[in-house]
Design a protein around this ligand. Structure first.
Ligand SMILES: Nc1ncnc2c1ncn2[C@@H]1O[C@H](COP(=O)(O)OP(=O)(O)OP(=O)(O)O)[C@@H](O)[C@H]1O
Ligand SMILES: [Mg+2]
Length: 1050
């Protein structure tokens, strides 16, 4: 929110009417309108606040606003009621000056609201504490109670105060509130019985019926129904925006806070209920025996209930309603103590708040308006007096020459009304007290005679001829030219209203009530204090209390709030010019301004003045070192303000014409713009500089950090490089040392070696003679031994199997072992053969020996041999002993037959074969006929010299006999056998075993000679073709040749 520092800043219109230029009614109202349109509802006339009713809530009464205005000078901020309240409170607190705040304005102008604002402001700014807060709360809460009983809805205001209120708030020396005294003026009592159309009775009746609990209502014998009560107008029983039920609760709470005891609240409500009941009592006329008319109560139910409520005997009250006692004694006038007198005598600081009805001009003005307007006249007078006095006092205080001020003094009007001899009120009283017929007309006549000459009194029937033809002035009326305008009063009811009598019978009846509050309300009903004197008239009482009020106000420093109602519609934003104009006039606001401007329009303390305008002069800007007054003098001279335009007071400078002030203001504004530019310039410069310095600082920091970083990097690089170099150098040094050490070591070793060699040489030289001859041989033997050892140990693991036919043999490791190796192989073979042999039986051994012999004879010599290897040597193929056929033969053979087989005897002539039995014994072999078994030849083995066989696979063999022997007579035998190998082997063996004879030669060749008789025939073996079949064929070729063709072996 924008904060203003002076009333003159950001002004909408003119904040202080004193400065209005030109000053006339139009400009005045225009200024008000302009400000009202901009929600500026407050305007000053000097220290007076004009308040326009906004008819809506504005955000200018917040606690923040209170703080804003607190302890600020009056003109420092824009006009506000808070500024006035603050000023009043501070001069009360600090200067010990009693204050009064006078709030005036017509009905609905916002007086009551203004008084509440003042009270709430004071409550907010004054001291705090439990006790103080309680007092504050009580002061503030007195309002709802007062409003409930004293306010009502009228056509002008939904919450119109129907009484004048003056509240004295008392403060202690610190400025903390102690309590308050409230006095009220002229309550509109008639409203209880009757309300104009469109208006209501006092709020409390409606609040009670709407808001009280059923219980309470039953206790009070009431129904929640407005229509049941004659006193309650129905046409506007509910008011828009007013919640009666809620208000009742507020009032109830407020009464508790203010200090009513529970039973007191109850008593008050009973009284309210009794009033409602009272309204329902109706009377009917009845003629009495004595001829007088009498009034009687129609329906006694309400009366009964009322009496029950108040504790009055029904008959007493009924009588009081029906009779009137007239006592013809001298009546006394008793005056009640007024409030000021009742107040305690201790001296406290006091702030009075007066919320009184304003000037009223209706179409039909009666006694009330007269009284009210009289009151306003008095207030105006006191205002003029006080304002002028204050002005005068200020001039004197400030040492300024007093210039007379022309203004309208309404004392003359006050005099017209209140003069004790010929004042209107005095005359009304006189009329009322006068014996004889007194009517309103007689009163008017009296006025017409006595006041006719008064220049502010106007009447059609007065002697003053100038009004005779004034048709705006009816006959039953008189008109007064009030300071605020002319008001026409209808005299009807003046006398009655002034009398305002309550008959003694009634007050005495009320006094008899057991209801204590009721009793207190009618002290005049006390029979012990019967006062036969007439009670004072309403006019008299009012004059007296207004007089008292005026005296009271005169002792205090006045502060004015003048309320203005902007329209008749109770609506926001509407500014009805005529209405405002009317109020401006009757409130005398223009007069107010003129009075204020009569001397000097504007004044301000030297300090604040110098502070505000010092920029207009070089000497005073920016600082004035000397006294403020001198500064202002220099400043004004510099600004060439004409001398007659200002005057120097003691503490203030006085400026006569607002124009001068505005000129200064205008120059100030222009100057401020330049200054603003300057400030901006300097500020921008400062900001840029600051920014620059900051940047510079930052740059230095950044640079420092960067340098640090760079140096760090560089250092690390150097460090690592140094480390590398160090390591290289160390390495180099170490290597160098190592080399050195190695060299030294080698030297040492060399020395040792040399020494060892040298020693060796020495030793060898010394010992050569001992081992030179056999050392080599020993070493050689040792080596050979080791090798042999190794060889044999190795051989042990690599020996072949024990099978005689296994041909494998490990390779020899050394060349020089070749012989031993193959020898060993041979030995091993024999050994294993022997081992194998060892397993044989005698027979088997013999068989193998034969086979071995056969092998020795024929292996690789005769082609037939391989086929015989697998055939076992049976020997006896003929089973000669068992076969009976050969029994004879068997017996002819002496020895054991070694072999018996069938052989073919080759015919020498043709070469054909004839079968013969061949038997071999150990001494001879026998040839016998196969069929007969007859021995054909028996040759002793010593006669056999050799046996010839071919190399081929045939079975031919020739047995050659010793020449000259007996057996050789027939020549050699050429035979063929199927078991040739066995036969020859056995033959050879038998021959070999005989020790006494030579071995039989075995001749193997393909050509041999056979001795046939005397002829030698050559037997020749040839390879025959297959046409011969599988057997060999022998053929005699010639005398000398026998050719055997043998089939070629497969
Ligand atoms: N400052 C304000 N802000 C908002 N509304 C306001 C203000 N002042 C007055 N009003 C409105 O105007 C109405 C009438 O005001 P208020 O009762 O104070 O008038 P009054 O001058 O006391 O009239 P009366 O003489 O009839 O008592 C209020 O009920 C309220 O609605
Ligand atoms: Mg009011």
């Amino acid at each position: 929110m924008e904060v203003k520092t002076s009333l003159l800043d950001n002004m909408i219109g003119v904040g202080d009417m004193v400065l209005l230029e030109p000053l006339n009614e139009n400009s005045f109202i225009e200024n008000l309108r302009k400000r009202f349109d901009h929600n500026e509802i407050y305007t000053y006339i000097g220290s007076v606040v004009i308040s326009m009713n906004p008819y809506r809530s504005l955000p200018i009464f917040t606690p923040e606003k209170v703080e804003e205005y607190r302890n600020r000078n009056f003109y420092e901020l824009s006009p506000h009621i808070y500024a006035l309240a603050d000023e009043a409170y501070r001069s009360l607190r600090d200067q010990d000056k009693d204050q009064c705040i006078l709030i005036t304005g017509e009905s609905g102008a916002g007086k009551t609201e203004a008084s509440k604002l003042v009270m709430s402001y004071v409550a907010a700014v004054c001291g705090k504490g439990q006790e103080v807060n309680k007092v504050k709360e009580q002061l503030l809460q007195s309002n709802p109670v007062l409003e409930a009983f004293g306010n009502a809805k009228t056509v002008r205001n939904d919450n119109s105060s129907r009484f004048g209120k003056y509240m004295d708030i008392e403060f202690d020396f610190k400025g903390d509130p102690l309590g308050g005294v409230i006095s009220n003026y002229l309550l509109e009592k008639s409203r209880v019985c009757k309300q104009p159309r469109g208006e209501r009775n006092f709020h409390i009746f409606y609040q009670l019926l709407s808001g009280a609990s059923n219980d309470t209502l039953t206790k009070l014998k009431l129904d929640r129904d407005f229509s049941k009560y004659n006193y309650l107008s129905l046409d506007s029983a509910t008011v828009n925006g007013l919640d009666d039920a809620a208000s009742f609760r507020t009032v109830w709470n407020a009464m508790q806070i203010v200090g009513f005891m529970e039973d007191e609240v109850q008593s008050v409500l009973e009284l309210v209920a009794a009033v409602l009941k009272l309204g329902n009592i109706e009377f009917k006329p009845e003629s009495r025996v004595n001829g007088f008319d009498e009034s009687r109560v129609k329906d006694k139910n309400d009366l009964k209930e009322m009496c029950e409520l108040l504790g009055i005997e029904q008959s007493v009250l009924e009588r009081a309603f029906s009779y009137r006692t007239v006592e013809a004694k001298m009546e006394k006038v008793s005056t009640t103590l007024n409030v000021a007198q009742a107040q305690a005598k201790t001296r406290h600081k006091v702030m009075g708040v007066l919320d009184i009805y304003g000037f009223e001009i209706f179409e039909d003005n009666s006694f009330e308006q007269f009284i009210i307007n009289y009151c306003n006249e008095k207030l105006q007078q006191i205002f003029i007096e006080l304002t002028l006095r204050e002005e005068q006092e200020e001039y004197i205080r400030e040492g300024i020459e007093w210039t007379n001020i022309e203004y309208f003094n309404n004392a003359i009007i006050c005099d017209l009304i209140e003069n004790n001899q010929n004042g209107i009120l005095a005359m009304l009283d006189e009329e009322c007290l006068r014996p004889g017929t007194v009517t309103d007309d007689t009163f008017l006549d009296k006025l017409n005679t006595i006041c006719a000459e008064h220049q502010h009194f106007e009447s059609r029937l007065s002697k003053n001829s100038k009004f005779l033809t004034d048709h705006s002035l009816p006959h039953s009326c008189f008109r007064i030219q009030h300071y605020a305008g002319k008001v026409l009063y209808r005299v009807e009811g003046f006398v009655d209203k002034n009398n305002d009598l309550l008959y003694r019978d009634l007050s005495q009846a009320m006094y008899k009530a057991t209801h204590s509050l009721m009793k207190q309300l009618f002290p005049e009903g006390n029979p012990a204090k019967v006062n036969l004197k007439r009670p004072p008239t309403a006019g008299f009482q009012f004059k007296a209390s207004v007089g008292g009020l005026m005296r009271n106000l005169q002792t205090k420093n006045p502060n004015y709030i003048r309320c203005i109602k902007p329209n008749d519609k109770k609506a926001a934003h509407i500014f009805t010019e005529s209405l405002v104009c009317h109020q401006v006039r009757y409130l005398g606001l223009m007069e107010n301004v003129r009075v204020r401007r009569a001397g000097y329009a504007f004044r301000q303390s030297y300090e604040s003045s110098l502070e505000r305008y010092k920029m207009l002069c070089k000497q005073t800007w920016p600082h004035w070192r000397g006294a403020a007054r001198d500064g202002v003098e220099v400043l004004l001279t510099d600004c060439s303000v004409p001398a007659e335009e200002f005057a120097y007071g003691r503490s203030k400078i006085f400026i006569r014409n607002p124009r001068t002030l505005f000129t200064l203001e205008e120059r100030r504004r222009a100057c401020l713009e330049d200054l603003a530019t300057l400030i901006q310039k300097i500020y921008r410069g400062w900001r840029c500089r600051t920014q620059f310095l900051l940047l510079k600082k930052s740059q230095v920091v950044v640079a420092a950090w960067y340098r640090r970083y760079a140096q760090q990097k560089k250092y690390q690089k150097i460090k690592s490089a140094t480390l590398v170099m160090q390591s290289f150098i160390r390495g180099w040094k170490a290597r160098k040392i190592l080399r050195q050490l190695k060299y030294e070591k080698r030297c040492k070793e060399a020395v040792t070696t040399i020494a060892a060699y040298w020693h060796g040489t020495q030793v060898r030289r010394e010992y050569r003679k001992f081992f030179r001859a056999n050392a080599g041989k020993k070493i050689y033997n040792f080596t050979i031994q080791r090798i042999m050892q190794k060889y044999f140990l190795g051989l042990k693991t690599t020996m072949p199997s024990m099978s005689p036919i296994d041909n494998t043999w490990p390779a020899r490791p050394y060349m020089f072992l070749e012989g031993a190796h193959s020898e060993l192989r041979r030995i091993f073979h024999f050994w294993r053969c022997k081992k194998y042999q060892g397993q044989f039986t005698e027979e088997k051994k013999a068989v193998y020996e034969e086979k071995l012999e056969a092998s020795e004879i024929f292996k690789d010599k005769k082609a037939l041999y391989p086929s015989s290897v697998s055939q076992p040597f049976k020997g006896d193929y003929l089973e000669i002993q068992k076969n009976p056929k050969y029994q004879k033969l068997n017996s002819a053979v002496e020895d054991k037959v070694l072999l018996a087989d069938v052989v073919n005897k080759i015919n020498r002539a043709n070469g054909k074969g004839a079968p013969r039995l061949f038997l071999l014994t150990k001494n001879n072999f026998v040839l016998a006929d196969q069929k007969t078994g007859q021995v054909k030849a028996s040759v002793p083995l010593p006669d056999l010299t050799s046996v010839s066989v071919s190399t081929q696979s045939d079975g031919f063999f020739a047995l050659k006999l010793k020449e000259g022997s007996a057996s050789a007579a027939k020549g050699d035998f050429l035979l063929s056998s199927e078991h040739l190998i066995e036969l020859i082997t056995k033959l050879h063996r038998t021959g070999a075993t005989a020790a006494d004879r030579d071995q039989i030669n075995i001749d193997i060749s393909d050509e041999f000679l056979v001795q046939f008789n005397q002829d030698k025939v050559c037997v020749k073996f040839i390879q025959g073709g297959p046409k011969n079949g599988n057997s060999a064929a022998c053929k005699r070729k010639n005398n000398r040749l026998l050719e055997v063709s043998v089939p070629s072996s497969p």
